[in-house]
Design a protein around this ligand. Structure first.
Ligand code: T4K
Length: 411
């Protein structure tokens, strides 16, 4: 365990990890079950277009989410777009900016206009009063995001959307298996969208799903994700956003492991909590223990006024130690191209949180010793933050002086 600033890899010490420890490492699965399913698909010679594995995956996802319909898709980005097309959305889509860029890009790609709305800094999710303030006659829909698996104020948004007659849907990419006031994610709004990307708690390599209790909407989404083909041929136009049988084989095997994955994630989360307890200026983002959580993200919040070291430098420090932490989500969407030019807006709460948060490694490939080591580094960073920041700045100045001196001729 490193105890001194001199030991840090950014100042010449050896890295704390021999090989990279990554946020987003795919979770463990039972490989033989996966291969059995793959062999079965190959033997059956049915590899895509709504085959038996996809149908089974859809049934199990719908069951878990407590809804009647699930349409499995090639990813969540396409799934968001399928709903937007099926519902005929137009105009502005109100959404948070503290989310993965896909939430915004998915809508903009269809010619819809993301309207970013500020969040509640305590939850990281949409603040309903802010949503109300930006609702207008141009609003086409409200798109809530369950950031890090913490369910946004879905019931309050449902009330607001119903009062104002505006469609409401949710990007639940992070929230498979989570609940809010006992209600399972999947049944809020018109539809909810899951991601089953390789980095997610349930992985289909790449994958997503639209889930809903609205049978008619599900039928339309199903047709749209398969070129518009329905029972009576090509009636609606559409795209190709299908999940393959290989993706479903992985998704089913990952679903088999879901309970174990979540239990492991929760143990990791509890360990982060105890290891970081009482560290001034570092907080672990909390999950409500009365709800079901999937704990797929472990997020720390760094207050550089207290620690003297900011989030970016903590990320850099960890990287030098072979710990790949990710600033989910920074910069937030409205601070990125093309939105900062197209739709300049100031969102103080979003900007405040986005500067401070950092996802640290968890998942079933991360063990207790890994977490103890990561926390040791974070504790050292927080305790010696000012010294590290000053020394890093001096080192950077020296580096740039040296490269100016020895720069290649002609540069
Ligand atoms: N809405 C929200 C709120 C989302 O978070 C996302 C996706 C979406 C919508 C869209 O869902 P999809 O259309 O993707 O289904 C990653 C994922 O690619 C993305 O799916 C995810 N959110 C986002 C939060 O994380 P990046 O840009 O951070 O990916 P990348 O390549 O830097 O990888 C992330 C980490 O995972 C790295 O540390 C490397 C590690 N990794 C990654 C892969 C793919 C592995 O260790 N193994 C792997 O196989 O976006």
């Amino acid at each position: 365990m490193k105890r001194a600033v001199n030991d840090l890899a950014m100042f010449g010490g050896s890295p704390a990890f021999l090989r990279p420890l990554l946020v987003g490492r795919p979770n463990k699965i039972d490989r033989s079950r996966f291969l059995d399913r793959m062999n079965w698909a190959l033997d059956n010679q049915w590899l895509s277009n709504g085959g038996p594995l996809v149908r089974e995956f859809e049934e199990r996802v719908a069951d878990s989410a407590g809804v009647r319909n699930c349409v499995a898709t090639c990813n969540a980005t396409a799934a968001l777009q399928l709903y937007a097309r099926a519902a005929g959305l137009t105009g502005e889509i109100i959404m948070p900016s503290l989310t993965f860029i896909a939430t915004a890009h998915a809508m903009r790609w269809l010619g819809l206009k993301p309207v970013f709305c500020d969040i509640d800094r305590e939850t990281g999710c949409l603040d309903v009063s802010n949503v109300e303030a930006v609702l207008s006659e141009h609003t086409g829909a409200i798109l809530g995001v369950h950031l890090w698996g913490r369910v946004c104020p879905a019931e309050d948004l449902e009330k607001l959307a119903a009062d104002r007659g505006v469609p409401l849907f949710f990007d639940a990419a992070h929230a498979f298996g989570c609940t809010s006031f006992g209600r399972t994610v999947g049944g809020f709004g018109a539809v909810e969208v899951f991601s089953f990307h390789a980095t997610k708690v349930v992985s289909a390599f790449e994958g997503g799903a639209v889930v809903t209790d609205d049978d008619e909407l599900a039928k339309q989404v199903r047709a749209l994700h398969n070129f518009g083909f329905g029972g009576h041929g090509n009636f609606a136009g559409g795209t190709n956003a299908k999940l393959s049988e290989a993706g479903a084989a992985m998704g089913l095997t990952s679903l088999d492991a879901f309970g174990e994955t979540v239990a492991h994630n929760q143990e990791n989360y509890e360990l982060y909590r105890s290891e970081l307890d009482g560290v001034p200026g570092v907080d672990l983002v909390e999950f409500d223990s009365h709800e079901h959580n999937n704990y797929q993200y472990a997020i720390i919040d760094i207050d550089d006024d207290v620690t003297g070291i900011d989030r970016n430098l903590v990320q850099e420090l960890l990287l030098a130690e072979q710990v790949v932490a990710k600033p989910y989500f920074s910069p937030s969407c409205h601070e990125q191209t093309p939105y900062r030019a197209e739709n300049p807006v100031s969102l103080p709460e979003t900007e405040y949180l986005s500067r401070r948060v950092l996802a640290v490694p968890t998942g079933t490939q991360t063990n207790r010793e890994d977490i103890r080591r990561v926390c040791g580094l974070i504790r050292l960073a927080a305790a010696e933050g000012r010294t590290i920041s000053d020394r890093w700045r001096r080192q950077k100045c020296l580096d740039s002086e040296m490269s100016a001196k020895h720069g290649q001729p002609g540069h």
